[in-house]
Design a protein around this ligand. Structure first.
Ligand code: IPM
Ligand code: MG
Length: 361
């Protein structure tokens, strides 16, 4: 056995615990097969943490996460906590762990699985073969810029303020990640901004252009965010790797995920300069189906694969998981979110068991 990997598991809320259980089972089997030793430690985040401690990200959770090799998160949030003050909302816990671990690079693949191409709301010929990687800046921009808040003006009227700001160094480091990812893919990078209106975007564009000198093998293009949103539904196959700021990336990655018709299938990775990365499904906590064994665990399982690939540098183990997921789809097993006529409806646990069987066969 190699040195054990210490993994922090954050099951969170809603369907989180159900899908996390499947990913852990998968990791245990993969661990045996690839001689990887995992130490699993669980901690609280989101609504579950609010209930237990009053805080969406207890200090203990952040400390445990910092001292681990990777963090696997399921999902956070639920109706129950939607109306709490911002400091106590589940989302605040998520933002705090991103900031606390310095996870500035968020990788969100939008891949159309050939077996699920008809699940997309777009035409087959538009989405077949789509394979996009959105690289979203995650710890800067308007999410974190100062000043922010709701202030009272002289007339007593309230004014809400957020600030979109990027430093050169923040742009350079996310651009570097994106160029390097594009290099491992189809060597095309599209940077998305709003440089026709926003000064912060002009600086973004200038820096990305400057950085491109180091990557002559990567073809760089630029789009304004409104046009990018349109092009994504018009002709998504033109995109390989996209790099953009925090807010634009939030919106465009949701849009890109919908091209695939199966948001329940998409993983993501959030990486920092060093230290552990955080890996989580793109979908949310789906409180409406929580505890009913209906959730699709595949995005969580694929997040564990991304963890192996990008967090622990175990690409063969990641490949094996991804192949097993493809095999499940090939066999025609489907949870409700991806079910279609002629396929077989299975629950969350059953989907997990089928996956384990494939891995062990
Ligand atoms: C996401 C989510 C979060 C974000 C929310 C829940 C804070 O929408 O991960 O995309 O806006 O970053
Ligand atoms: Mg979002």
């Amino acid at each position: 056995m190699n040195q054990p990997y210490r993994l922090t598991l954050l099951p969170g809320d809603g369907i989180g615990p159900e899908i996390m259980a499947i990913a852990v089972d998968v990791l245990k089997v993969i661990g045996k097969q690839f001689k990887l030793d995992f130490i699993f430690q669980e901690a609280l985040i989101g609504g579950a943490a609010i209930e237990a401690t009053g805080q969406p990200l207890p200090e203990e959770t952040l400390t445990m996460a910092r001292n681990s090799d990777a963090v696997l998160l399921a999902a956070i949030g639920g109706y129950k906590w939607d109306n709490l003050p911002r400091q106590q909302r589940p989302e605040t816990g998520l933002l705090a762990i991103r900031e606390g671990l310095g996870l500035f690079a968020n990788l969100r693949p939008a891949t159309v699985f050939p077996q699920l191409v008809d699940a997309s709301s777009l035409k087959r010929e538009v989405v077949e073969g789509v394979d996009i990687m959105v690289v979203r800046e995650l710890t800067g921009g308007i999410y974190f810029g100062q000043p922010k808040g709701i202030f009272e003006t002289e007339t007593g009227e309230k004014r809400g303020v957020n600030t979109m700001a990027y430093r050169e160094s923040e742009i350079d480091r996310i651009a570097k990640v994106a160029f390097e990812i594009a290099r491992k893919r189809r060597h095309q990078l599209c940077s998305v901004d709003k440089a026709n209106v926003l000064d912060v975007s002009q600086l973004w564009r200038d820096r990305v252009v400057e950085m491109s000198a180091n990557y002559p093998d990567v073809e760089l293009s630029h789009l304004y965010v409104d046009n990018a949103a349109m092009q994504l539904v018009r002709a998504p196959k033109q995109f390989d790797t996209i790099v953009t700021g925090n807010l634009f990336g939030d919106i465009l990655s949701d849009e890109a995920s919908m091209l695939t018709g199966s948001i329940g299938m998409l993983p993501s990775a959030s990486l920092g300069a060093d230290g552990p990365g955080l890996f989580e499904p793109v979908h949310g906590s789906a409180p409406d189906i929580a505890g009913q064994d209906k959730a699709n665990p595949l995005a969580q399982v694929l997040s564990a694969a991304m963890m192996l690939r990008y967090g622990l540098n175990q690409p063969e183990a990641a490949d094996k998981i991804e192949q097993a997921v493809a095999q499940v789809l090939e066999n025609g097993d489907r949870t409700g979110d991806i079910f279609s006529f002629g396929t077989r409806l299975v629950g969350c646990r059953q989907m997990g068991d089928i996956l384990l069987q494939i891995l062990e066969s």
